[in-house]
Design a protein around this ligand. Sequence first.
Ligand code: ZN
Length: 302
Amino acid sequence: MIELIETSKSYKNFCRLIDFNKLSHAYLISSPDEDYNREFCKLIAMRLNCKEVCKHCENCVKILNDTHPDVLSFPKNKNFVVEDAKLIIEELNVIPMLSSLKIFIINNFNKATTQAQNKLLKSIEEPPKNVIFLINATTLESVLSTIQSRTQKIELLPFDENVLKKYLNSNGENINENALLEGEGWPGKTIKYNENQNFLKNCNFINDMLENMKSSKEIINYSAIFSQKDGFEERLNLLENAFDKILNNIISGVDSTYTKEGIAMIFEKINNAKKQFQSNCNLNLIADTLLLGILEVKYICK
Ligand SMILES: [Zn+2]
Protein backbone atom coordinates (compact mmCIF):
# COMPACT_ATOMS: atom_id res chain seq x y z
CA MET A 1 0.00 0.00 0.00
CA ILE A 2 3.06 2.23 0.54
CA GLU A 3 3.47 3.05 -3.20
CA LEU A 4 -0.17 4.07 -3.42
CA ILE A 5 0.07 6.30 -0.36
CA GLU A 6 3.11 8.00 -1.87
CA THR A 7 0.79 9.38 -4.58
CA SER A 8 -1.65 10.90 -2.05
CA LYS A 9 -2.01 14.59 -1.43
CA SER A 10 -1.78 14.16 2.35
CA TYR A 11 1.59 12.46 2.01
CA LYS A 12 2.91 15.08 -0.40
CA ASN A 13 1.83 17.82 2.00
CA PHE A 14 3.62 16.05 4.82
CA CYS A 15 6.80 15.81 2.74
CA ARG A 16 6.68 19.56 2.30
CA LEU A 17 6.55 20.02 6.06
CA ILE A 18 9.58 17.77 6.43
CA ASP A 19 11.53 19.55 3.69
CA PHE A 20 10.82 22.99 5.09
CA ASN A 21 11.63 21.91 8.63
CA LYS A 22 8.15 22.72 9.80
CA LEU A 23 7.53 19.50 11.67
CA SER A 24 5.51 19.47 14.84
CA HIS A 25 6.24 16.91 17.57
CA ALA A 26 2.85 15.20 17.56
CA TYR A 27 0.39 14.35 14.80
CA LEU A 28 -3.10 12.91 14.99
CA ILE A 29 -3.83 11.19 11.70
CA SER A 30 -7.34 10.00 11.00
CA SER A 31 -9.43 8.12 8.46
CA PRO A 32 -11.97 5.31 8.81
CA ASP A 33 -9.40 2.88 7.33
CA GLU A 34 -7.11 1.51 10.06
CA ASP A 35 -4.72 -0.20 7.63
CA TYR A 36 -4.32 3.00 5.62
CA ASN A 37 -3.68 4.98 8.82
CA ARG A 38 -1.02 2.53 9.98
CA GLU A 39 0.76 2.38 6.62
CA PHE A 40 0.63 6.17 6.28
CA CYS A 41 2.47 6.53 9.60
CA LYS A 42 5.01 3.91 8.55
CA LEU A 43 5.66 5.76 5.31
CA ILE A 44 6.17 9.03 7.19
CA ALA A 45 8.65 7.26 9.49
CA MET A 46 10.49 6.00 6.40
CA ARG A 47 10.52 9.43 4.79
CA LEU A 48 11.96 10.92 7.99
CA ASN A 49 14.80 8.38 7.88
CA CYS A 50 15.41 8.09 4.15
CA LYS A 51 14.59 11.04 1.90
CA GLU A 52 14.15 8.86 -1.18
CA VAL A 53 12.07 6.23 0.64
CA CYS A 54 14.25 3.74 -1.24
CA LYS A 55 12.72 0.68 0.52
CA HIS A 56 16.11 -1.10 0.41
CA CYS A 57 18.34 0.63 2.97
CA GLU A 58 18.62 -0.55 6.55
CA ASN A 59 16.25 2.16 7.82
CA CYS A 60 13.56 1.49 5.22
CA VAL A 61 13.70 -2.30 5.56
CA LYS A 62 13.62 -2.22 9.35
CA ILE A 63 10.68 0.18 9.40
CA LEU A 64 8.81 -1.95 6.86
CA ASN A 65 9.42 -5.02 9.02
CA ASP A 66 8.57 -3.28 12.29
CA THR A 67 12.05 -3.97 13.65
CA HIS A 68 13.58 -0.49 13.64
CA PRO A 69 14.98 0.31 17.10
CA ASP A 70 13.99 3.98 16.85
CA VAL A 71 10.55 3.57 15.29
CA LEU A 72 8.35 2.01 17.92
CA SER A 73 4.78 0.89 17.30
CA PHE A 74 2.02 0.71 19.87
CA PRO A 75 -0.20 -0.71 21.33
CA LYS A 76 1.79 -3.81 22.23
CA ASN A 77 -1.44 -5.77 22.57
CA LYS A 78 -4.93 -5.13 21.28
CA ASN A 79 -5.72 -1.71 22.70
CA PHE A 80 -3.55 1.14 23.98
CA VAL A 81 -3.51 0.88 27.77
CA VAL A 82 -1.62 2.50 30.67
CA GLU A 83 1.18 -0.09 30.33
CA ASP A 84 1.82 1.14 26.76
CA ALA A 85 1.94 4.75 27.94
CA LYS A 86 4.44 3.74 30.65
CA LEU A 87 6.63 1.98 28.08
CA ILE A 88 6.63 5.12 25.93
CA ILE A 89 7.59 7.30 28.89
CA GLU A 90 10.49 4.94 29.65
CA GLU A 91 11.63 4.99 26.02
CA LEU A 92 11.33 8.75 25.56
CA ASN A 93 14.79 9.54 26.85
CA VAL A 94 16.56 6.56 25.34
CA ILE A 95 18.87 7.96 22.68
CA PRO A 96 18.09 6.78 19.11
CA MET A 97 20.45 4.11 17.79
CA LEU A 98 20.23 4.24 14.01
CA SER A 99 18.72 7.60 13.27
CA SER A 100 18.59 11.10 14.65
CA LEU A 101 14.91 10.77 15.50
CA LYS A 102 12.83 8.71 17.87
CA ILE A 103 9.41 8.00 16.38
CA PHE A 104 6.43 6.64 18.28
CA ILE A 105 3.59 5.30 16.15
CA ILE A 106 0.37 4.68 18.05
CA ASN A 107 -2.26 2.79 16.04
CA ASN A 108 -6.01 2.74 16.64
CA PHE A 109 -5.79 5.42 19.30
CA ASN A 110 -9.60 5.68 19.27
CA LYS A 111 -9.54 2.42 21.24
CA ALA A 112 -7.16 3.76 23.90
CA THR A 113 -8.46 3.86 27.45
CA THR A 114 -9.04 7.26 29.03
CA GLN A 115 -6.43 6.52 31.71
CA ALA A 116 -3.84 5.65 29.06
CA GLN A 117 -4.61 8.82 27.12
CA ASN A 118 -4.22 10.90 30.26
CA LYS A 119 -0.98 9.15 31.12
CA LEU A 120 0.44 10.06 27.70
CA LEU A 121 -0.66 13.67 27.79
CA LYS A 122 2.44 15.21 29.32
CA SER A 123 4.78 13.34 26.96
CA ILE A 124 2.88 14.61 23.95
CA GLU A 125 2.89 18.13 25.29
CA GLU A 126 6.58 18.39 26.05
CA PRO A 127 8.52 15.55 24.49
CA PRO A 128 12.32 15.61 24.47
CA LYS A 129 13.95 17.03 21.36
CA ASN A 130 13.97 14.76 18.29
CA VAL A 131 10.88 12.82 19.35
CA ILE A 132 7.86 12.60 17.05
CA PHE A 133 4.52 11.07 17.81
CA LEU A 134 2.49 9.71 14.89
CA ILE A 135 -0.87 8.85 16.44
CA ASN A 136 -3.67 7.50 14.28
CA ALA A 137 -7.36 6.88 14.83
CA THR A 138 -10.35 5.70 12.80
CA THR A 139 -12.49 8.29 14.58
CA LEU A 140 -11.69 11.25 16.79
CA GLU A 141 -14.81 10.82 18.92
CA SER A 142 -13.14 8.94 21.75
CA VAL A 143 -9.87 10.86 21.57
CA LEU A 144 -9.66 13.25 24.55
CA SER A 145 -9.97 16.90 23.61
CA THR A 146 -6.78 17.55 25.59
CA ILE A 147 -4.92 15.17 23.24
CA GLN A 148 -6.60 16.68 20.20
CA SER A 149 -5.60 20.21 21.15
CA ARG A 150 -1.96 19.19 21.64
CA THR A 151 -1.54 17.50 18.26
CA GLN A 152 -1.60 18.60 14.63
CA LYS A 153 -4.55 16.96 12.94
CA ILE A 154 -4.32 15.35 9.52
CA GLU A 155 -7.42 13.89 7.93
CA LEU A 156 -6.65 11.32 5.24
CA LEU A 157 -8.91 11.22 2.19
CA PRO A 158 -10.16 8.23 0.20
CA PHE A 159 -8.59 7.47 -3.18
CA ASP A 160 -10.32 7.82 -6.49
CA GLU A 161 -11.82 4.38 -7.18
CA ASN A 162 -10.18 4.13 -10.60
CA VAL A 163 -6.76 4.95 -9.19
CA LEU A 164 -7.28 2.40 -6.43
CA LYS A 165 -8.48 -0.25 -8.89
CA LYS A 166 -5.49 0.28 -11.16
CA TYR A 167 -3.05 0.10 -8.26
CA LEU A 168 -4.58 -3.01 -6.66
CA ASN A 169 -4.87 -4.86 -9.95
CA SER A 170 -1.27 -4.05 -10.86
CA ASN A 171 -0.37 -5.51 -7.48
CA GLY A 172 -1.95 -8.81 -8.48
CA GLU A 173 -5.03 -8.40 -6.27
CA ASN A 174 -7.58 -9.03 -9.07
CA ILE A 175 -10.05 -6.72 -7.44
CA ASN A 176 -13.75 -7.58 -7.28
CA GLU A 177 -16.03 -4.74 -8.47
CA ASN A 178 -18.19 -5.04 -5.37
CA ALA A 179 -15.18 -4.93 -3.05
CA LEU A 180 -14.20 -1.72 -4.83
CA LEU A 181 -17.67 -0.25 -4.36
CA GLU A 182 -18.01 -1.25 -0.71
CA GLY A 183 -14.47 -0.11 0.06
CA GLU A 184 -15.44 3.45 -0.98
CA GLY A 185 -11.91 4.43 -2.01
CA TRP A 186 -10.24 3.21 1.19
CA PRO A 187 -7.39 0.85 0.26
CA GLY A 188 -7.30 -1.24 3.45
CA LYS A 189 -11.07 -1.68 3.52
CA THR A 190 -11.19 -2.60 -0.16
CA ILE A 191 -8.47 -5.24 0.27
CA LYS A 192 -10.30 -6.67 3.29
CA TYR A 193 -13.53 -7.02 1.30
CA ASN A 194 -11.61 -8.52 -1.59
CA GLU A 195 -10.09 -11.17 0.67
CA ASN A 196 -13.28 -11.95 2.59
CA GLN A 197 -14.58 -15.30 1.30
CA ASN A 198 -18.09 -14.79 2.71
CA PHE A 199 -18.33 -11.45 0.98
CA LEU A 200 -17.19 -12.92 -2.34
CA LYS A 201 -19.63 -15.79 -1.92
CA ASN A 202 -22.45 -13.29 -1.45
CA CYS A 203 -21.33 -11.39 -4.56
CA ASN A 204 -21.50 -14.57 -6.62
CA PHE A 205 -24.87 -15.47 -5.16
CA ILE A 206 -26.41 -12.11 -6.09
CA ASN A 207 -24.99 -12.28 -9.63
CA ASP A 208 -26.28 -15.81 -10.07
CA MET A 209 -29.69 -14.86 -8.69
CA LEU A 210 -30.15 -11.87 -10.99
CA GLU A 211 -29.12 -13.88 -13.98
CA ASN A 212 -31.00 -17.10 -13.35
CA MET A 213 -34.06 -16.34 -11.22
CA LYS A 214 -36.79 -16.51 -13.83
CA SER A 215 -39.90 -17.98 -12.21
CA SER A 216 -41.68 -17.81 -8.87
CA LYS A 217 -40.78 -21.47 -8.40
CA GLU A 218 -37.07 -20.58 -8.40
CA ILE A 219 -37.67 -17.80 -5.91
CA ILE A 220 -38.10 -20.41 -3.17
CA ASN A 221 -34.56 -21.69 -3.66
CA TYR A 222 -32.94 -18.27 -3.86
CA SER A 223 -34.99 -16.92 -0.97
CA ALA A 224 -33.90 -19.82 1.25
CA ILE A 225 -30.29 -18.65 0.89
CA PHE A 226 -31.01 -14.92 0.78
CA SER A 227 -32.97 -15.06 4.05
CA GLN A 228 -30.14 -16.59 6.08
CA LYS A 229 -29.37 -14.33 9.02
CA ASP A 230 -25.63 -14.32 8.41
CA GLY A 231 -24.82 -11.67 5.81
CA PHE A 232 -28.44 -10.67 5.17
CA GLU A 233 -27.73 -6.94 5.23
CA GLU A 234 -24.66 -7.44 3.06
CA ARG A 235 -26.78 -9.20 0.43
CA LEU A 236 -29.22 -6.27 0.46
CA ASN A 237 -26.34 -3.84 -0.11
CA LEU A 238 -24.89 -5.98 -2.89
CA LEU A 239 -28.29 -6.18 -4.54
CA GLU A 240 -28.48 -2.40 -4.44
CA ASN A 241 -24.99 -2.18 -5.99
CA ALA A 242 -26.03 -4.59 -8.72
CA PHE A 243 -29.05 -2.47 -9.64
CA ASP A 244 -26.94 0.68 -9.53
CA LYS A 245 -24.76 -0.92 -12.17
CA ILE A 246 -27.78 -2.05 -14.22
CA LEU A 247 -29.14 1.51 -14.08
CA ASN A 248 -25.83 2.85 -15.41
CA ASN A 249 -25.96 0.29 -18.20
CA ILE A 250 -29.53 1.32 -19.08
CA ILE A 251 -28.49 4.97 -19.22
CA SER A 252 -25.57 4.15 -21.51
CA GLY A 253 -27.82 1.93 -23.62
CA VAL A 254 -26.14 -1.45 -23.09
CA ASP A 255 -28.90 -3.07 -21.00
CA SER A 256 -32.62 -3.25 -21.71
CA THR A 257 -33.73 -5.96 -19.25
CA TYR A 258 -35.23 -3.24 -17.06
CA THR A 259 -36.44 0.32 -17.54
CA LYS A 260 -35.37 3.29 -15.47
CA GLU A 261 -38.82 3.39 -13.88
CA GLY A 262 -38.52 -0.29 -13.08
CA ILE A 263 -35.18 0.23 -11.35
CA ALA A 264 -36.70 3.05 -9.29
CA MET A 265 -39.39 0.62 -8.13
CA ILE A 266 -36.76 -1.96 -7.22
CA PHE A 267 -34.75 0.56 -5.21
CA GLU A 268 -37.91 1.32 -3.28
CA LYS A 269 -38.42 -2.39 -2.58
CA ILE A 270 -34.82 -2.77 -1.39
CA ASN A 271 -35.29 0.24 0.87
CA ASN A 272 -38.42 -1.27 2.34
CA ALA A 273 -36.57 -4.52 2.93
CA LYS A 274 -33.82 -2.62 4.75
CA LYS A 275 -36.36 -0.89 6.96
CA GLN A 276 -38.09 -4.19 7.74
CA PHE A 277 -34.71 -5.75 8.53
CA GLN A 278 -33.96 -2.90 10.96
CA SER A 279 -37.26 -3.49 12.73
CA ASN A 280 -36.54 -7.22 13.07
CA CYS A 281 -39.24 -8.53 10.74
CA ASN A 282 -39.21 -12.17 9.65
CA LEU A 283 -36.29 -12.63 7.24
CA ASN A 284 -38.04 -15.27 5.13
CA LEU A 285 -40.94 -12.94 4.59
CA ILE A 286 -38.69 -9.98 3.70
CA ALA A 287 -36.72 -12.08 1.21
CA ASP A 288 -39.81 -13.66 -0.40
CA THR A 289 -41.51 -10.29 -0.84
CA LEU A 290 -38.38 -8.65 -2.21
CA LEU A 291 -37.46 -11.36 -4.72
CA LEU A 292 -41.03 -11.71 -5.91
CA GLY A 293 -41.20 -7.92 -6.28
CA ILE A 294 -38.04 -7.88 -8.39
CA LEU A 295 -39.38 -10.63 -10.63
CA GLU A 296 -42.66 -8.74 -11.08
CA VAL A 297 -40.84 -5.57 -12.10
CA LYS A 298 -38.74 -7.58 -14.56
CA TYR A 299 -41.97 -8.77 -16.26
CA ILE A 300 -43.51 -5.31 -16.31
CA CYS A 301 -40.37 -4.01 -18.02
CA LYS A 302 -40.59 -6.57 -20.83
ZN1 ZN B 1 15.72 3.88 2.35
